[in-house]
Design a protein around this ligand. Sequence first.
Ligand code: ACO
Length: 431
Amino acid sequence: MSDTKKTATLSIGDKTLELPIHTPTAGPDVIDIRRLYADGGVFTYDPGFTSTAACESTITFIDGDKGELLHRGYPIDQLAGKSHFLEVCYLLLYGELPSAAQLEDFESRVTNHTMLHEQMQYFFRGFRRDAHPMATMVGVVGAMSAFYHDSTDIADPWQREVASIRLIAKMPTIAAWAYKYSIGQPFVYPRNDLDYASNFLRMCFAVPAEDYEVNPILSRAMDRIFTLHADHEQNASTSTVRLASSSGANPFACIAAGIACLWGPAHGGANQACLEMLREIGTVDRIPEFIERAKDKNDPFRLMGFGHRVYKNFDPRAKVMKQSADEVLELLGVENNPTLQVAKELEAAALADPYFAEKKLFPNVDFYSGIILEAMGFPTEMFTPIFALSRTVGWISQWKEQISDPGLKIGRPRQLYTGETLRDYVNVEDR
Ligand code: ACO
C-alpha cells in the first residue's frame, strides 16, 4: 500500500484524529479509517459502499468520469480489438500479458479441464426442466466442491491454481449444459480442438443428429462478449466473492455466491431485462412513452441498460458492444432487426433528454449485448449465464489476490443500529 505524508483531520467532540491518506496509482486518494473505532469510538456509515474502498487491488481500474476501463493498465477497447479472451484471462490472473509459450501452455491447461465429472450429469438432471439456467449454475458450481475435493484447500497455492483453471475451463460446459437441459436436448461434450468461444457455441447449438459448423465471425463476436465482461473491479458480485472468501470458504462456494449475486436485475440480470424492455417497447413510436415513464418518480420503471454506479460517461464496453451488434446483425442479414432499431432510437432519445444528461445516465454494457446474443440464437434466459461464465475469471483473479494477502481479515461490516434497546422478555399470556 502506498503511503504518503498526507493526513486527514477528523474532530469528534473533543478528540482530534489524524487519519493517514493513501495515494493510489490512479483514482482518488483514500483515507485510512482502520483505527477509527479503536481511537475514536465511532463507525462510518456508507450503505451501498458509495465512498468506501473495501480492499487494495492491482487488477482493474475504472475512471467513471472519463469512461475508462483498464485491466492491469491495458484499455478495454485495445484488449477487445487486439487480444482474445484466454489471453485476457492470463493477464487478469497473472498480471502481465503472456509470452507465446506461456499463452500456449495456459490455453492447453484450460483446454484439458473442459470436461465435467461424468457424475455431475445426474446433478443437472435433478433440476426441473423449466429452471432458470442461472439457478442451475448456482447449484452446479456450488456442488463442484463435492466433486473436486483435491482443489479446495485454499492454503495450498497449487490447489488454488488448479481450482482457478478448472473454473475457467468448466464454466462454458456448465452454462451450455444448463441450457441444453432446459430445452430437453442431450448434453454436448466439449471438443478440445476448438477455441474457447467456438467450443461454447458448439456445446450450446450442436445436436448429435447433425454436425455443427462454427461461424468464425460469430465465434469472434462471442469471444469479444466474454472479453468485455471479464472483470469490472469491486462490483456487487465481485465484492460478494471477496466477502465469501474472507471466511476461508472454498473457491467453488465463493464463485457460486458470485453467480447468485450477479443474477439480480440491477446487476448481471440487466441484459435479460433490457432485451425484454426493448421487445415490450416494440416500435419506435412508443419510445417517448417509455422515456416519460423512466423519468416519472412515481413509476418504478427504469431504462434497463442505462446508468451505472461508477460510469458517469459512456461505458467503454457499450461502445465496442454497439459496433459488434452492427457487425453481427449485418453478417446474419438482419440489419433491419426491429429490436436494434428501437435500441438505437431509444439511446438517441435518452441521450438528448436533459433528465438523463443531468443524472449522467449513459448506456451500459448490457444495452446492446442482448441484441447480439439474441441474433446468435440465445434465448434471453441465457444472457446472464453467459455474463457469469465471462466474469468467472474476474472473480477468480480477485479471489486469488485476496487470499494471497497475508493480512487478510474476515469481512465484517458494522451497522447503524436503530432498533429497540434492552428490554425484558414478557410471557405470552401477559402480552
Ligand atoms: N432509468 C431512469 N432513471 C435512472 C436510471 C435508469 N436506468 N438509473 C438511475 N436513474 C436515476 C435514479 O432514479 C436516481 O434519480 P434521483 O437522484 O432523482 O433519485 C438517479 O438516477 C441515481 O440512481 P441510483 O439508483 O441512486 O444510482 P445507483 O448508482 O445506485 O444505481 C444502477 C446504478 C443500479 C445501475 C441504476 O442506474 C439502474 O438501476 N440501471 C438500470 C439497470 C441496469 O442497467 N443495470 C446494469 C448495470 S451494469 C452491470 O451490472 C453490468
